[in-house]
Design a protein around this ligand. Structure first.
Ligand code: GUN
Length: 292
């Protein structure tokens, strides 16, 4: 069994991005600029955004954080998005999700200029990804592809089972793994809460991607010996062993499943760090005007 070290790959990719940025600056171009909108003070969102801003510094990007209280109106948020859309000094921006209940998240996502949508959530980017046109890829699927690439894991003709059909992981990943490209050319099955044969599908899989958000869902008796397992789960489970009072727990029963695998991602330190790196890659592309 080989552990897929997402943290190490993420560090390497950030260094590669920093080298590209240094070249841009040496050519007289400005460094890419990522802006983030954060609403409220949710602990998870605060941590994610702080990590994104730290990653910007490592990559040599400029970053800005625009904060709003929980009570912000939809109109105020749309106004901030409009300003960022028109600001030529900002290459890409994100609105950290989730948003308070009184705000229509889809309306917010669709208000972002797709050419600055470095999260890859806008329907234009989702659609373009789906039909294989240049686009900003959604961060988690892009991070998973990068891990498969860096570990030279074969996907052509392989059976990939994705557990979970979310718009930001399951659906785009299924599309990407079907592409006529590497990683891709896979036979992809997506299973979800209404599937009656999840175990049977998983037992036939060469690669299993667990993205349903249920801690320790994938058990050892669901995995074929020699399979590759990618764990997207990051549920914050209360824990007395950590200072923060919670422990990030994946969707895979890691201790039991790992000995059966060819490759497996840990949680934390697997897919998570790659997600932020994908955002950095999209920001570099946005700054270089390489997609749109
Ligand atoms: N909330 C959880 N993950 C993400 C992400 O990738 N982007 C944004 N904008 N919000 C999130």
């Amino acid at each position: 069994m080989q552990l897929i070290d997402g943290k190490a790959v993420a560090e390497q990719v950030k260094q590669e991005i920093a080298a590209e940025v240094a070249k841009m600056v040496a050519r007289g171009q400005r460094a890419p600029h990522l802006a983030a909108i954060l609403v409220g003070h949710d602990g998870g969102s605060e941590t994610y955004v702080a990590n994104k801003i730290k990653a910007c510094a490592v990559c040599g990007f400029k970053s800005s954080l625009i904060r709003f209280e929980e009570t912000v109106t939809e109109a105020e948020l749309l106004e901030a998005i409009d300003r960022l859309n028109r600001d030529e000094g900002v290459d890409g921006f994100i609105v950290q999700l989730p948003l308070p209940k009184h705000i229509d998240e889809q309306k917010i996502v669709e208000a972002i200029d797709y050419r600055k949508d470095v999260d890859g959530f806008h329907p234009v980017n989702v659609g373009r990804t789906c039909i294989g046109l240049p686009s900003f890829l959604s961060a988690t699927p892009a991070g998973i592809l990068e891990l498969l690439r860096r570990y030279h894991i074969e996907t052509a003709g392989r059976h990939v089972v994705i557990i979970g059909r979310s718009n930001i992981v399951g659906k785009p990943l299924a599309n990407l793994l079907m592409r006529k490209d590497y990683p891709g050319n896979a036979t992809v099955t997506v299973v979800h809460s209404y599937s009656s044969d999840i175990k049977e599908q998983c037992l036939s899989a060469d690669i299993i991607v667990c993205a349903l958000g249920r801690p320790r869902f994938l058990k050892a008796d669901m995995v074929k010996p020699g399979a590759t397992v990618i764990d997207v789960g990051t549920t914050r489970v209360p824990s007395e062993q950590t200072k923060s009072g919670f422990k990030l727990t994946g969707d895979v029963d890691f201790e039991a499943v790992a000995p059966k695998c060819a490759y497996i991602t840990p949680v934390p330190g697997g897919v998570g760090p790659m997600t932020i790196v994908s955002l950095m890659k999209n920001t570099l592309l946005a700054g270089s005007k390489a997609v749109f």
